[in-house]
Design a protein around this ligand. Structure first.
Ligand code: GUN
Ligand code: ZN
Length: 453
């Protein structure tokens, strides 16, 4: 923890009650791909206060209204003129891959062998795993992300370290030991029986405790034997309420390899579906190269695709057709997929998503992008009662942002013609440097070191 001295929770005073004043923006429904002017579902509450009591949002009211009785002693922070959003939800990101983010020159399968697997080997060491988990959560918070669905490594300790770090801050985190028993180097393979025991121990210890949830984590079809996939399906069926996370149909060479490894399967997705892995709590990264049949399966099961735009561009994987997926009834959330992805910033990933849609003749509005990274993800994860909204009763997972940063960002903000123009320019130009503070479960876990308040 000491390597990041400024900005983090260690230095920040705690408070049981906060009153945060600012411009509140969240959503009550999916704005879809409607033009911004015709969008519904946006909730814009300029100059309001968010009243936080303990872990939860207690009330939201205009800043001009008197505070309710008993709130005069709360810590009041005047973010007047700043943007207050629900904390972002990153539905697919790899903790150990902060070590290899921004590595040059490869597509998926080479990238895994050249950079990723060697980096993940280090997480066998508990001290590396613990330090990595703490660094990773701090990195998320310093980008305004307060909930995540996370891949650790094959090592049980790497999942434990994430659960320990997240639970000590009551952060909503979904993870599980990675399953991989073939086509991976020595030191990164498990075996079916031990992996099953490890998963059951992790479920017993962590699932449902302190906002932690277990995900059966199949890395991807090539690194699991048929026997391991069957075991993973058994875990999903036995422990209802657990999530399932994996990768699917990201890269064309990968899809060809899966067809060779599983000649009996109808498709890549079918490798998972026939083992009972695809349900409403399944989060599948990428899904670029699926067919209509696969999309119908995802729709019928209520599973979601974690669209990972910066990763898809960086690794040259392909252009995800978001409109087609949603037209055919598939849930879509937004993810950084660091370290294939190039930034934990959800704004950067929204911008890359915008570009991917633009190349296909579609315009992704600021409303659809922000909805997807907040209430949309929360809904698809079955957590809309808890996260993704600025609503009394929800957990106080909140991020405070400056609209403008630097000469260009500040100038462009002043030129904004309307709220969508302003918000879209913000998404396009903003990143973690715009973040003022992040709150997790009602506690300030990050404060920009150079911004007062
Ligand atoms: N497919 C299997 N493993 C990975 C991974 O770590 N990152 C990405 N982007 N795709 C994968
Ligand atoms: Zn990934």
């Amino acid at each position: 923890m000491s390597e990041l001295p400024r900005g983090f929770s260690d230095n920040l005073p705690a408070s049981a009650r906060w009153v945060l004043r600012g411009d509140l923006l969240d959503f009550t429904a999916d704005p879809g791909f409607a033009p911004p002017a015709e969008s519904t579902g946006l909730r814009w509450r300029p100059d309001h206060v968010l009243l936080i009591d303990g872990e939860r949002i207690a009330a939201v009211q205009p800043a001009s209204d008197p505070l309710p009785p008993g709130w005069a002693q709360a810590t009041q922070i005047d973010h007047h003129g700043r943007l207050i959003l629900p904390g972002f939800i990153d539905t697919h990101v790899h903790c150990p891959q902060l070590d290899v983010i921004a590595s040059f020159g490869t597509e998926l399968l080479d990238w895994l062998n050249t950079y990723t697997f060697p980096a993940e080997l280090r997480y066998a060491d508990p001290s590396v795993a613990r330090a990595g988990a703490q660094r990773f959560l701090k990195a998320l918070w310093s980008h305004g992300t307060t909930s995540a669905v996370v891949f650790p490594t094959v090592h049980k300790i790497s999942a434990e370290a994430l659960f320990e770090a997240a639970s000590s801050h009551r952060m909503r985190l979904i993870t599980g030991k990675v399953l991989m028993d073939r086509n991976a180097p020595d030191g990164l393979r498990d075996d079916v029986a031990q992996a099953e025991r490890d998963c059951i121990e992790l479920i017993d210890r962590w699932h449902g405790r302190d906002r932690q949830a277990f995900a059966v984590t199949v890395r991807f079809a090539p690194t699991s034997s048929p026997a391991q996939l069957t075991m993973a399906g058994r875990l999903c069926q036995t422990y209802a309420g657990t999530y399932m996370q994996t990768h699917v149909a990201e890269n064309r060479d990968e899809v060809r390899w899966v067809a060779e490894l599983f000649p009996d399967a109808r498709s890549y997705l079918d490798v998972y579906d026939r083992e009972g892995l695809i349900g409403p709590r399944a989060v599948l990264a990428h899904g670029i190269w699926l067919d209509a049949n696969d999309r119908a399966v995802l729709r019928d099961r209520g599973a979601q695709i974690a669209h990972s735009p910066s990763s898809n561009l960086f690794l040259g994987s392909g252009l995800f057709d978001w409109v087609q997926a949603e037209r055919e009834g598939v849930h879509v959330s937004l993810a950084s997929d660091v370290g294939g992805g190039t930034s934990l910033s959800m704004q950067h990933n929204m911008l890359d998503a915008y570009k991917i849609q633009a190349l296909q003749g579609v315009r992704l509005s600021a409303w659809k992008a922000l909805y997807t990274a907040t209430l949309g993800a929360a809904s698809h994860l079955g957590l809309a009662h808890e996260i993704g909204r600025l609503e009394p009763g929800c957990m106080a997972d909140v991020a405070v942002w400056n609209w403008g940063h630097g000469l260009v960002g500040t100038h462009r903000d002043q030129m904004a013609r309307d709220l969508h123009d302003r918000t879209f320019a913000w998404i396009t130009l903003a990143d973690e440097r715009n973040l003022v503070a992040s709150y997790v479960a009602g506690q300030r876990v990050y404060q920009h070191p150079d911004v007062e308040n």
